[in-house]
Design a protein around this ligand. Sequence first.
Ligand code: PLP
Length: 397
Amino acid sequence: MSKSLQTTMVQSGVHSLAEVPAYVSVPKVPPIYMSSVFSFDDVPSLDAVYAKEAPGYVYSRDGNPGTDYTASMIAEAEGGECGLVFGSGMAAILQSIIANIGMGDHIVSSPVLYGGVYNYLKNEATRFGVETTFADFTDMAAVEAAIKPNTKILYTETITNPLMEVFDLKAIADIAHKHGCKLIVDNTFASPAVCKPLELGADIVADSSTKYMGGHSDITGGAVVTSPDNIAAIKRGLAMYGPVMSPFDAWLMARSLRTMDMRVARHSDNALKVAEFLEKNPKIEKVHYPGLASSPYHDLAMKMFFKGRCGGMLSADIAGGEKGASDFIKNLKHIKFVPSLASYTTSLSYPAKTSHRAYNEEELKAAGITMGTLRFSIGLEEPEDIIAEFDEALNKL
Ligand code: PLP
């Protein structure tokens, strides 16, 4: 009896080991392994993969060749031994933290952070008995004084969101290690094209790869790079909590990583030009960009960052507070109000209303984020065109 069309279509085209052809060529671009699960010819093969006695994959929450391939590219970019990719930057950061804390532990963090992580440290980790002390990371004595016997993690960002502060990661790593703590650094705003925190002594680097690694506003993802010792616990958490990156997004991410260094070089050049323009404009009260010679973080940035690059992110305090900021946003034509960053187009965001909503009025004030602070993600356009649009919007205020 001939098989029905339905059965034929279900059973044909199946990728079995015996049918993998021995081609003498390979696809130039690695394939997308869009498979949630892997099939075995027999039980001993499955046992051998679980026992790590044979290469292979079982289930994509535990591992997938495409996501592993992208993770290894990111590990090379960050200058580390092992990488993992995640479904978002938050997943990468929180899994790195969770893998290194238990009930009653303590974290020391810089206070100006991506609002989502600040919210986690202040309101979520506390539900599990983990307290955080927010210390001034420009002051090494203050960082050391904040460490307690139960401190496990020092946490900061290479370039802080949204005020673009830069801290001495080497000195902070030394303090962390002296007290038996791990330094976790969120490298999102810098990207490995600007700084490699692992080379400065950080133990774990995490990135929201939604940003410069992806670079096109079309992928949500995260990555962690660290040593083989640290990776095992983070990987266990990834498989347990399950915030995996989809194989398709991993493929897109690998594509984007090919141009990350070139893009970030251009983002950095453009951002410096825009920062210099804004600094001279009378409608701007303050510009936050470590590339500016006037920045208190300039010398440190030039020491820690590659090729004089400071990345594409800057912020500026517009005169007139909330009204000034709102009017400026309305006056823009091509440059969109977008609560994210690091794409090819220039965009801007309003930290007090978006990424830093978790900060109350007092915390915003203490951090130095005003109702006039706007955060700019400078894109890949010609810098003159970006400046012309900002100039026009400021002139209308
Ligand atoms: N870290 C920084 C510095 C960020 O700006 C963000 C998001 O904007 C994140 C982490 C979180 O990344 P994701 O949105 O990919 O979860």
